[in-house]
Design a protein around this ligand. Structure first.
Ligand SMILES: [Zn+2]
Length: 382
């Protein structure tokens, strides 16, 4: 069972300066697992929590990139000449869906830049995890192999089902808090408010530990409110808040905005004509409920990622309006508070607040691929 992983080890240990690389025709299970852990057990494209079996290794810059394009990308992203496309600094975990259609999901050069930086900061962690595999105690190696098992194989699944409960039991006997597990639920939102945001792609996931599962059950049973109903208006509210942040960012370009056109000409600045939310991902990581007399309060904590695309317009003093492309990719953390008055009957929460508690990144781009001359202002009355 340790066969394939051991093969990878013998391969990496021959280069004693400990170079960890993707092996194009080899077994990369240990590397895949190290990337999976280092990137928070998520797909780096859709950011959704994924099971290990769903994860593939994605080359941020495709290893098939033509030499001229590669040279340009290295310059654009400040990469060294000897940048190794098979090294962890160019690798990230992606789910099968996203890896197959990455082009549809990426927001543009801004997002690639963010991912390359992230990969660079995680390279040493990933390398260390792969290398430590060789020196881990046999128990650690066996458990790692167990975790990366292909459970679609009926024999593997039968063996796993037979022996895994005993392992969990041993763990709980050591300390009962150690046997907790996380459950991921995806919500199908029934969105109650139309706020003129066209989501091309909307996903809401909950990652629930024991406390989260209990809290979710209380909201649904005592509050009488499905989580999708509680969180639907919150998602709309989040999109509105992030959009106004994105709009302000584009209209007042600063260091966070890459402008391929001059942001201000003749004293006239850019203004956003429209900005559509093209994707919104929300992951709720904590759920807590409190009951105070007839009031039930729920607090959701988590993180979001939003992408917007739209057009940016500038009216020049010569009387023309020019339209440019603009896009924003941003992510952050938030808290959502919902309140139910239990005497008022069950259903949607009566109070809702959404608080963005921090921004992980904000990247905006304005570019001039095909500037469109919109109109010439004429004074029709004159
Ligand atoms: Zn994905």
């Amino acid at each position: 069972m340790i066969g394939p992983a051991a093969r990878q080890l013998s391969h990496t240990s021959t280069t004693t300066s400990a170079t960890v690389r993707y092996l194009p025709s080899g077994d990369n299970t240990v590397l895949r697992d190290a990337l999976y852990e280092a990137w928070g057990r998520r797909c780096h494209v859709c950011l959704r929590p994924k099971a290990f079996q769903e994860i593939q290794i994605d080359h941020l810059i495709a290893h098939t990139t033509a030499a001229a394009d590669l040279q340009r990308l290295k310059q654009q992203h400040g990469l060294p000449d000897d940048f190794d496309l098979h090294a962890p600094a160019n690798l990230a975990p992606a789910c099968g869906d996203c890896n197959g259609q990455k082009g549809i999901h990426v927001l543009g050069p801004g997002l690639l830049d963010i991912r390359l930086r992230k990969a660079a900061t995680r390279e040493s962690e990933v390398s260390a995890a792969v290398q430590s595999f060789a020196t881990t105690h046999a128990v650690g190696r066996s458990l790692r192999v167990l975790r990366t098992l292909d459970l679609s194989d009926p024999a593997a699944r039968a063996a796993f089902e037979q022996h895994a409960p005993a392992v969990v039991q041993e763990l709980a006997l050591l300390d009962e808090s150690k046997a907790d597990y996380l459950v991921t639920r995806s919500l199908d939102l029934i969105r109650s408010v139309n706020v003129d945001l066209s989501y091309a792609d909307l996903a809401v996931d909950l990652i629930l530990d024991a406390r989260g599962r209990t809290s979710a059950a209380i909201i649904e049973e005592i509050g009488g409110c499905p989580l999708a109903t509680a969180l639907g208006p919150a998602v709309d509210g989040l999109a509105v808040q992030v959009r106004s942040h994105a709009r302000a960012g584009l209209e007042a370009p600063d260091v966070e905005v890459v402008c391929f056109i001059a942001p201000v000409v003749d004293g006239v600045a850019l203004s956003v004509a429209h900005l559509n939310c093209i994707d919104l991902r929300l992951t709720i990581e904590t759920v807590n409920v409190e009951r105070d007399g007839a009031t039930l309060c729920a607090n959701f904590g988590g993180r979001f990622r939003c992408g917007f695309r739209g057009s940016v317009v500038r009216s020049t003093l010569s009387g023309h309006s020019e339209e440019w492309n603009g896009e924003v990719g941003t992510a952050g953390q938030l808290r959502i508070n919902c309140g139910w008055d239990l005497t008022a009957g069950l259903g949607s929460p009566q109070t809702l607040t959404i608080e963005i508690t921090g921004w992980d990144h904000f990247k905006a781009l304005v570019w001039a691929a095909r500037p469109k001359l919109l109109s010439t202002h004429k004074n029709w009355n004159g």
